[in-house]
Each structure stands twice: as structure tokens, then as C-alpha cells.
Design a protein around this ligand. Structure first.
Ligand code: ADP
Ligand code: MG
Length: 606
């Protein structure tokens, strides 16, 4: 019998490695830019066409390679960064596995141009599917250029999984953003289809980079962090006070020894630092650099090196969490200094104590609650008087009645004919139906109403829209901007009117009428976070419902919110205007009924 086991050919090994290392165009950019950084580049140009599916080109002014090295680096396990096992414990470079270039080459058409001397004696190599097809000596300046065309041309199954250009360039911008944040001294340029997406200049400050990538308004609110001693364990960077939050963890940028990581322990520690300062479901904005002895952290856990393993996980966790708490919390005796509403831009590091935010994010919650109250009362007035509501500042009178104004038949309807008794624990509406006691969960009810109204507007193609008097401009990071750009049409169908405003900025001109009371900027940021989330799940209808559910949550009446009888009745009435009243969109029941016999049994009567 002939042997059935064989050693795979080199090129097949590379394709298998590519399966791990090269997930999408952005992974190619990550590897190429890391190589440029490892080569000491001070200027990195990233050019992309067609979301990276057509072309990616990364050029740098780094140390370059000799002719021999240029050929060698295309071999599997060829690296200049480690030589012996002990080097793994002292890594100072981003790369070390020596598999990126051969892996990328194996699934694309790649050109490598490099020169490692000042005499201009360079070389150009062209490969197809990992096989060298052409090479020639070429006069070049010192540095390296790598061009990757037709990614996955020889693995159609993987090519099929690539998303729209906007999505892919969003991921690419995200990757370059992270690298540019970690290397403020390096100039980065990103071009898509010849158009410049961004350029950040050489020798910048980290603060400037944060402003450029996360939005200038953020600059005023940054709180510097400087904990621990360089050499041992240290944490440097900037964080935002608890008032500045996002709906996802997307603005938590953490780096370990200059490498962007999305580590569970680090992320948990950051959130632990903000514990009790953020509302549920809100996440902070942080850009943090953890430095520690390379021997204390193993980055060789995953081919893309996004995860790490700490030798002393507990120590690192507590160091981060306690460090952040110290910065965020007033030290005893200093008192709580609330930052002024609009402090002047000032990038000079200040003692942390001056930045202390008032603990607890109670203020925004209160405001939201007030707005809901106002809306409910207005609705009630309007339906009683049959007149339009008074215009709110910045907003014209509503064309369609916002909030709870479902097209409820005025007379009939189960809920509005209940006898409202009162509110229990500021959370449940007690009502009487004949001899039965009916309890309505006010939060679940309001969410259901929102959900159905939004879905109905979407289905009929007539979403109720509320125009803003003054369009509000909101700036996003690149990924957010890309996601939003891709979904503008979808948002229109829900009643939004959002337009690209140049760069990463978007102008909000109208909102779904049901959400007219929401904080516009926060709503839009959350929507973008939600779109990133829902994009990942399955069937279109599910995605839609999922998105609607999240949308429906904005500014609804909460549990633990006292409602005036008129407000409670408005809520009950609005429930009659929607279908499927039995459950809130999350599947919890909206109402529970207790019969007289059940109640009497509790009292051992009858
Ligand atoms: P690794 O980065 O893990 O060493 P790669 O396959 O990414 O493996 O690169 C192989 C080698 O090619 C690197 O170790 C480096 O010596 C060389 N190299 C790659 N890109 C560049 C570049 N832009 N400038 C200079 N040398 C490079
Ligand atoms: Mg590399």
C-alpha cells in the first residue's frame, strides 16, 4: 500500500496560512503597514482601489531590503526579526512570524519593489499566486513598495465573502487609524480611488492624532493618564470623562507595547475603571498605551496577534483598573471638580484632579426623562385640544404627531378603556378591567409602541419624519463613517434624513418622528454602533427587527420613572394603536392579568 500521508507543497502551506492571516483587504494593509513600521519608516503611504479588492499599495521610506533579502522575504518563515527562541521573549517588533508576505503573495498578484541602499540599486519582483513570474533590477529610492492586486483571485470562495467597497475601506481605515494612533511620529496618508481619506503629518502629538481620528470636539474633554513607571508597568494615554460615551466598545483603543490589541483582560480592566460611572450599555472613549517587559506578555497566541496572554494577568488588570479609577475619581480632600460645560481647548497635560467628572451619569438620564415627560404631556394636551404642539427650540412644529401619537381609534381600544388606578413602584401601571387587575409594564409597553410604529412606517414606505430646524453635523471615525455611508438609504426608510457632509462628517436633517425627543448626536452615534452590530447577524428580516428594537429603545419611558395619570393614560391609549401588544420587542410581556378569583384565593376568601 502506498503511503497516504504527504508533506504539503510550500505554496499550499502559504495559502493555508493566508486563511488565518488574510481575512480581508484590511488584514493585508495591517501586515504591510506593520512591516513598514518595523523597517523604521517615517512616511507611509497607503493607496487603495475598489475597497482593496482591486488594488492595495503600501510604500514607505524605511530601511528597505537588499536584492537577496527581497527574494528571501517571500519564503515561508523568512524573517529578520527573530533568530533564536529567546528572542520570542524580548520582542520589540510588530512582526516576527515571517509568514505575512508569502501568505499574501499566495492569494494575490503581488509586486515588491525595494531598495536598501543610498545608491539607488533596487529590485522589483512580480508574483502570481505566490510564484515569482518576473524580476528586474531597478533604480529606486531607499524604501519599500508592495502592491497587491486581485486579492483572492485564486480562491473564489473567499473572494465571495468580501463586502462592498465602502465596508472594506472602512475596515482598512480602521486599521490604519489604529496604527497612526500608536505612531504619532510617523506620517500616514490613506487614499481610496485616488481621493485622500486622510493625511496626518510627521512628528505629531498623540492629542493631535486623537483629534484627527476621533473628532476635534473630543480634544477639549480628554483626560491624560500617566500611571506607573516606564520600564516596569506603565499606562499612558488619554481617556474621556464619563459623560462622553459610545454605544459600543469601538472607541476603546488599547495598545500593548505599541501593538493594537483587543484583549479581554485589558478591555475588562478599562470598563472596571469606569464602573458605576457609566450607564448600562454605554462605553467610554479611551486611547491607552500599556508598556511592560516583553517577557511578561506573550503575543504569539494568535496569527493576527490581536490577542495576548499576560504572565500575571491579575496584576495587569488591577493596574489598569485602579489607574483609571484614580484619574476618574476625586481623591479625598480635593473635592469634586465638575468640568466646565465648554472648557477652552487646552492640550497641555494638567493634574488629573482638575478633570474629575461628577460621578454617575445621572444628568443625561434626567434630561432624557424630562424630555419624555414633556413629550407625553404635550401629546396629551394635543389630543385633548386637537391643536399642534408648541414648537420646541430648534425644532419646527411636528407635522406628524411624534412619540406616542399612534393612529389610535379614539373611542375603542382595550387599553384606553381600562380604568387606570395608579402607578406601582414607578414602573407598572395598575389598571382594572371588569373584575380583573391588569398590570402594564410601562417600559415594555412604550418600547413595543415605538417598535411597531417604526416598523409600520418602514413597511408602508411612509415613515413619520421630524425635520430639525438646524441640521446637526456629527463627525465619526472612519469605520463609523463608512458604515453610515453604506446605510443612508436604509435610514431614510425609517424617517432619518442624513447627508454626507464631507470627510467623516454627516449632517442630520430629520429624525423619525417617534424619536424626535432624542439627543440627536447620541442617537446617531448609537445608530451607527447598532448598524455595525446588526450587519454581522443573519437574515434580512431578523437584522431589520433587531435594528428596530435598538432604535425603539431610544428615549422611551423607563422603569422607575414616575408618570402623571395623564401620561399613563396616553401610554395606554397609544398601546391601542399598535398590533402585537402582548409582548415587548425583547419578548417580555407588556401586560399581566390577575383575576378576581386569583386575588381572592391569595386572601383565602371565596
Ligand atoms: P515578519 O514581519 O513576521 O518578519 P513578513 O513576512 O511580514 O514577516 O516579512 C518578512 C521580512 O521581510 C521581514 O522580517 C523584513 O525583514 C522584510 N520586510 C518586509 N516588509 C518590509 C518593508 N516594508 N521594509 C523593509 N523590510 C521589509
Ligand atoms: Mg510582518
Amino acid at each position: 500500500m502506498t503511503s497516504k500521508v504527504t508533506i504539503l507543497p510550500e505554496n499550499l502551506c502559504n495559502m493555508i496560512a493566508a486563511g488565518e492571516v488574510v481575512e480581508r483587504p484590511a488584514s493585508v494593509i495591517k501586515e504591510l503597514v506593520e512591516n513598514s513600521l518595523d523597517a523604521g519608516a517615517g512616511d507611509i503611504l497607503v493607496e487603495v482601489e475598489g475597497g482593496g479588492k482591486k488594488l492595495m499599495r503600501v510604500s514607505d521610506d524605511g530601511e528597505g531590503m537588499s536584492r537577496d533579502d527581497a527574494f528571501l522575504c517571500l519564503e515561508r518563515h523568512a524573517t529578520s526579526k527573530i533568530r533564536a527562541p529567546q528572542d520570542l521573549a524580548a520582542l520589540r517588533t510588530l512582526g516576527f512570524r515571517g509568514e505575512a508576505l508569502p501568505a499574501i503573495a499566495s492569494v494575490s498578484r503581488m509586486t515588491l519593489r525595494t531598495c536598501g541602499n543610498d545608491e539607488g540599486e533596487g529590485v522589483e519582483i512580480y508574483l502570481e499566486g505566490g510564484t515569482v513570474r518576473k524580476s528586474q533590477d531597478l533604480g529606486l529610492p531607499r524604501g519599500t513598495l508592495i502592491e497587491v492586486r486581485s486579492l483572492f483571485f485564486n480562491t473564489p470562495a473567499r473572494r465571495k465573502f468580501l463586502r462592498r467597497d465602502e465596508t472594506e475601506i472602512g475596515h482598512i481605515a480602521d486599521v490604519v487609524t489604529k496604527q497612526a494612533l500608536a505612531h504619532p511620529r510617523v506620517r500616514f496618508r490613506l487614499l481610496h480611488n485616488g481621493r485622500e481619506l486622510f493625511e496626518v503629518r510627521r512628528d505629531s502629538l498623540l492629542e493631535e492624532r486623537i483629534g484627527a481620528f476621533l473628532g476635534r470636539p473630543l480634544l477639549r474633554q480628554l483626560v491624560p493618564v500617566a500611571e506607573g513607571e516606564p520600564g516596569d508597568l506603565s499606562l499612558r494615554g488619554f481617556i474621556c470623562p464619563p459623560e462622553v460615551t459610545r454605544s459600543s466598545t469601538g472607541a476603546i483603543y488599547t495598545f500593548i507595547n505599541g501593538r493594537y490589541v483587543r484583549d479581554r483582560v485589558v478591555q475588562h480592566a478599562v470598563l472596571e475603571g469606569y464602573r458605576n460611572l457609566l450607564m448600562k450599555g454605554r462605553y467610554p472613549v479611551v486611547v491607552l498605551f500599556l508598556e511592560l517587559d516583553p517577557a511578561q506578555v506573550d503575543v504569539n497566541v494568535h496569527p493576527t496577534k490581536h490577542e495576548v496572554r499576560f504572565r500575571d494577568q491579575g496584576r495587569v488588570h488591577d493596574f489598569i483598573a485602579e489607574g483609571l479609577r484614580r484619574v476618574l475619581k476625586p481623591s479625598p480632600g480635593l473635592g469634586v471638580a465638575t468640568p466646565p460645560a465648554h472648557p477652552a481647548p487646552d492640550l497641555a497635560p494638567r493634574p488629573a484632579a482638575q478633570f474629575h467628572a461628577s460621578p454617575g451619569a445621572a444628568a443625561p438620564a434626567d434630561q432624557a426623562r424630562e424630555r419624555v415627560h414633556e413629550a407625553l404631556v404635550q401629546y396629551e394636551r394635543r389630543t385633548q385640544a386637537g391643536s399642534a404642539p408648541p414648537a420646541q427650540s430648534g425644532r419646527p412644529p411636528a407635522a406628524a404627531a411624534p412619540c406616542l401619537a399612534a393612529a389610535a381609534p379614539d373611542s375603542g381600544g382595550f387599553f384606553q378603556n381600562l380604568r387606570y388606578i395608579g402607578q406601582y413602584r414607578n414602573s407598572y401601571l395598575l389598571c382594572q378591567d371588569g373584575d380583573d387587575l391588569v398590570l402594564v409594564d410601562q417600559h415594555a409597553a412604550h418600547e413595543r409602541i415605538r417598535f411597531e410604529q417604526l416598523r409600520e412606517g418602514y413597511r408602508r414606505g411612509t415613515p413619520a419624519r421630524q425635520a430639525l430646524l438646524f441640521p446637526l453635523v456629527v463627525e465619526f471615525d472612519f469605520k463609523g463613517a463608512a458604515v453610515l455611508a453604506e446605510h443612508l438609504d436604509l435610514l431614510t426608510k425609517f424617517g432619518f434624513d442624513v447627508e454626507a457632509f464631507g470627510g467623516k462628517a454627516f449632517a442630520v436633517k430629520a429624525l423619525p418622528a417617534q424619536l424626535a425627543e432624542a439627543d440627536v448626536e447620541r442617537l446617531l452615534r448609537d445608530v451607527v454602533g447598532d448598524l455595525e452590530q446588526v450587519g454581522k447577524s443573519g437574515a434580512a428580516e431578523d437584522v431589520l427587527d433587531d435594528f428596530l428594537m435598538r432604535l425603539a429603545c431610544h428615549g422611551v419611558v423607563r422603569a422607575n420613572q414616575s408618570l402623571a395619570p395623564a401620561e399613563a393614560q396616553a401610554l395606554l391609549k397609544a398601546l391601542d394603536g399598535v398590533d402585537f401588544k402582548a409582548h415587548c420587542p425583547h419578548g417580555r410581556p407588556v401586560q399581566v392579568r390577575l383575576g378576581l378569583t386569583e386575588i381572592e384565593r391569595l386572601f383565602r376568601r371565596g
